[in-house]
Design a binder for this molecule. Structure first.
Ligand SMILES: [Fe+2]
Length: 219
C-alpha cells in the first residue's frame, strides 16, 4: 500500500465514519456519558504520548493541545468542565454524568499504558489518529446533546461547542504539522499508521455501538 500523510489521515476518518457515524448512535445518553468521561481523561493520552517524544518541536505541539484541553491557564475553562456544564441542561443529566463501567475505565487505563510503551513514531501516530475524526465526533456530539433534550440554540451557543468548532481544526493541524515534522526527521510512516490505528480503534470502542458496557438503566 502506498502511504502518505493524507491517505493515512483520510483512512482514519473513513474508518471512524464507517464504524460509528454510519451505523449511528442508538443510545445518545450512553454516548454522551462516555464522551464526558473520555473528555476528562484525554489530557492523559497527550501526556503519555508526550512522554515518548524526544523532539522539542513535537513536544511543543502536544503540550499546546493538552494545555488547550486543560483550559489555557483558566481552570474554569477546562473542556470537560464546560461539557459537564452544558450536559447539566439535559433532563437526563444524572444518567449522563454518572460514572462509566469499571471495564471501560480499565480499557482507558490499558490504552494509557500501551501508549507509554509505544515508540516515538507510534505515539505521534496515536495523537494524529485521535484528532483525525474530531469533526465527525463534534457532529455526533451536537446531535446527541439535542436528542438528550437540550435546546439546539443552547447547544450551538455553548462555550464548549463554540470553542471546539474553532479549536478542533487547530488540533488537527497540530497533529498534521507534527506528522510532517516527524517525517522530516526520517521516521517510519508505517509506525505512525500503526499508532493512529490503535487510536481509532480506541475511539470506536469508547463511543461506538460496539460497546464494552451493558445497556444503561436510565429509562
Ligand atoms: Fe476539547
Amino acid at each position: 500500500m502506498l502511504m502518505s500523510i493524507d491517505t493515512i489521515e483520510n483512512g482514519f476518518q473513513l474508518e471512524f465514519r464507517r464504524k460509528v457515524v454510519e451505523p449511528g448512535i442508538k443510545d445518545p445518553i450512553k454516548f454522551l456519558q462516555r464522551w464526558l468521561y473520555l473528555s476528562s481523561q484525554v489530557p492523559r493520552l497527550h501526556g503519555a504520548a508526550l512522554a515518548r517524544i524526544r523532539i522539542p518541536d513535537i513536544q511543543f505541539l502536544l503540550t499546546e493541545i493538552a494545555y488547550g484541553e486543560c483550559g489555557f491557564g483558566d481552570n474554569t475553562k477546562i473542556h470537560c468542565k464546560l461539557l459537564a456544564e452544558l450536559m447539566r441542561k439535559s433532563p437526563y443529566a444524572t444518567a449522563i454524568t454518572q460514572a462509566v463501567s469499571p471495564e471501560l475505565e480499565q480499557f482507558l487505563e490499558d490504552t494509557v499504558s500501551e501508549l507509554c510503551q509505544m515508540s516515538q513514531d507510534e505515539a505521534i501516530g496515536f495523537i494524529v489518529g485521535l484528532e483525525a475524526p474530531a469533526y465527525e465526533i463534534l457532529g455526533l456530539l451536537k446531535q446527541g446533546l439535542v436528542t438528550a433534550g437540550i435546546d439546539e440554540a443552547d447547544v450551538l451557543a455553548s462555550e464548549y461547542i463554540v470553542i471546539h468548532d474553532a479549536v478542533e481544526k487547530e488540533h488537527q493541524e497540530s497533529g498534521h504539522a507534527a506528522m510532517e515534522m516527524i517525517l522530516s526527521y526520517g521516521f517510519d510512516l508505517y509506525k505512525i499508521y500503526q499508532g493512529g490505528n490503535t487510536a481509532v480503534r480506541f475511539l470506536i470502542e469508547m463511543v461506538g455501538e460496539n460497546m464494552l458496557e451493558k445497556q444503561l438503566s436510565y429509562c
